[in-house]
Write a protein that binds this ligand. Structure first.
Ligand SMILES: *[C@@H]1O[C@H](CO)[C@@H](O)[C@H](O)[C@H]1NC(C)=O
Ligand SMILES: *[C@@H]1O[C@H](CO)[C@@H](O)[C@H](O)[C@H]1NC(C)=O
Ligand SMILES: *[C@@H]1O[C@H](CO)[C@@H](O)[C@H](O)[C@H]1NC(C)=O
Ligand SMILES: *[C@@H]1O[C@H](CO)[C@@H](O)[C@H](O)[C@H]1NC(C)=O
Ligand SMILES: *[C@@H]1O[C@H](CO)[C@@H](O)[C@H](O)[C@H]1NC(C)=O
Length: 511
């Protein structure tokens, strides 16, 4: 009895840190700006069979319709109400997506925008995705409803209502971020209203939340909202399951607010991860892959069991948010695949893969002047994600998660789940390799000359199919084959001009 009680207490305490992915599925994918209908299909036709654990979706609640510029992606970060009604779909389509994805064991995580409503300068009217009236000037959002009492206007002491310094914590939390009307999250009415919205999503069957702009909210206010949340729907989750929480906190160091203030609420986005990995793979600032030997906490990152990690996200892939020019994206495909491959092979953190759309990137004075452009659309209506005969996506969708190298590394991570970081090798430069116990091994050559080395893989003897250059199909391999001898050694040769200068093998790619 005592033992049982202890277990259940521990279970409860750890609950918001558990992603509730199906056993053995270890990564999620952000299907940025996809329609609910397409996500439902993708869960069934691709994500479930390829071992993806879940999907981060774009905010599902009603937002302002911005016409100048025309329908930017960021309009979805300006809520008008909590009606499930956006360019991605309506409430019935949302429910259908959640049900269908859960039924094939793929979880849905909602991007929850709860720090603020629309910008203060947006005109009053019904220019919103569901046609709800709102008036930012008078702080009136009747479709919620919120009124002037529910915003932080009185609390911010900076004069113009905007925060002035990232080094004054109360300003960052109580003042406006880029003019966005800042909700008074210490009010029980506001907390309850937000919790009601999130609970509706939980009841429908979502598994958790990415909480937007957490640095701009007091950790205690977030906790008060989380404490009001229901357990997950028992149609798909065990009794007593708490929603998975990961908080967007941009902490690159050097500011007064740190990620660690938020660990009590759930996981936190580790923005140092992509910024540093990009710097290493680009070989900027004298960095080398050999230095990745102690990647993770050894690089000053947060504890692994609190870290939500990613190579790029929807903000920093277009110069917003944080990380700067070092961030790797699909625009630098060769290095990007290496970066995502490294992330998925390495045990640190809970991994999120980015899935993007193309936009006409155009730099003027070092800034992408098209960084606002929204998803592929016809007169504002988001385009379908079409699938080409070669399984890639059409209609302007990049679908990095379908690239063979990335999809196969998602599987690699599932296969090596729980295995230790082993058999590190480097040449003192940019040729490195490591294993995950006796389940998987990966080798990178980011030097400007060939790699040719016999390395200890830790794997059982046999012939393995490299899942970067090809696929194991039945008993055949469409890519490079690697022979592991009885002592676990294998010979690797990787040209510096290879299309993808890395090789990955695991026990399920054994021929
Ligand atoms: C939701 O959208 C679908 C597809 O466009 C449509 O058939 C359905 O009538 C809509 N439902 C509501 C309640 O608007
Ligand atoms: C859980 O989901 C099922 C299936 O959609 C639904 O019938 C049920 O009402 C949901 N439970 C709650 C508590 O909302
Ligand atoms: C890196 O690797 C190559 C071949 O694997 C080797 O010849 C070289 O000496 C290594 N070290 C450095 C510092 O380049
Ligand atoms: C494997 O390759 C052999 C020889 O090319 C071929 O006969 C066989 O059909 C292939 N098997 C599969 C599952 O593709
Ligand atoms: C791997 O081993 C197989 C079977 O022993 C052999 O046919 C093949 O040539 C070897 N491949 C390499 C790259 O050494």
């Amino acid at each position: 009895m005592k033992f049982f009680l202890l277990l259940s207490v521990i279970g409860f305490c750890w609950a918001q840190y558990a992603p509730h992915t199906k056993t053995g599925r270890t990564s999620i994918v952000h299907l940025f700006e996809w329609r609910w209908f397409d996500i439902a299909l993708e869960c069934e036709r691709y994500l479930a069979p390829k071992g993806f654990g879940g999907v981060q979706i774009s905010p599902p609640n009603e937002n302002v319709v911005i016409t100048d510029p025309s329908r930017p992606w960021w309009e979805r970060y300006q809520p008008v109400s909590y009606k499930l009604c956006t360019r991605s779909g309506n409430e019935s389509e949302f429910k259908d997506m959640v049900t269908r994805c859960n039924n094939v064991g793929v979880r849905i995580y909602v991007d929850a925008v709860i720090n603020h409503m629309t910008g203060s300068g947006v005109s009053a009217g019904t220019s919103s995705t569901c046609g709800s009236y709102f008036n930012p000037g008078t702080r009136d959002f009747p479709a919620v409803p919120y009124s002037g009492w529910d915003f932080n206007d009185g609390k911010c002491k900076t004069g113009n209502g905007e925060f002035k310094s990232y080094n004054v914590a109360y300003q960052v939390r109580d003042c406006r971020l880029l003019g966005l009307l800042d909700l008074a999250l210490e009010k029980d009415y506001v907390r309850s209203t937000i919790a009601e919205y999130l609970n509706r999503l939980i009841d429908i069957g979502v598994a958790g939340f990415r909480i937007d702009a957490c640095k701009h909210m007091w950790p205690g206010d977030i906790k008060a909202i989380l404490d009001k949340l229901h357990n997950l729907n028992t149609s798909w989750f065990p009794e007593g399951s708490r929603p998975f929480i990961y908080q967007e906190v941009i902490d690159l160091g050097g500011e007064t607010i740190t990620s660690s203030e938020y660990f009590g609420n759930g996981l936190v986005t580790e923005f140092k991860y992509g910024a540093k990995l990009g710097t290493v793979l680009r070989k900027w600032s004298g960095e080398k892959m050999a230095y990745l030997k102690n990647w993770g906490e050894g690089w000053g990152f947060m504890p692994s069991d609190r870290a939500l990690v990613f190579v790029d996200n929807h903000d920093n892939q277009r110069g917003h948010g944080a990380g700067g020019a070092s961030i790797l994206t699909f625009w630098d495909a060769r290095l990007y695949k290496m970066g995502v491959g490294f992330m998925l092979a390495h045990p640190y953190g809970f991994t999120r893969v980015m899935s993007s759309y193309h936009w006409p990137r155009y730099f003027e004075n070092g800034k992408d002047v098209n960084d606002w452009i929204g998803p592929p659309n016809n007169n504002g209506v988001i385009k379908e994600v079409t699938i080409n005969p070669d399984t890639t996506c059409g209609n302007g969708w990049v679908c990095e998660h379908r690239w063979r190298q990335i999809r196969n590394m998602v599987i690699f991570r599932n296969v090596v789940n729980g295995q230790p970081f082993t058999n590190w090798w480097d040449n003192g430069s940019n040729q490195v390799a490591f294993g995950r116990g006796n389940k998987g091994f990966i080798v990178f050559n980011n030097d400007d000359w060939a790699l040719s080395a016999t390395l200890q893989t830790g794997l059982p003897a046999g012939t393995y199919c490299d899942v970067i250059s090809g696929d194991k199909i039945g008993a055949n391999c469409t890519g490079i084959e690697i022979n592991v001898s009885c002592d676990g050694n294998a010979y690797f040769s990787i040209s510096n001009s290879a299309e993808d200068p890395f090789i990955a093998i695991h026990t399920e790619s054994k021929l």
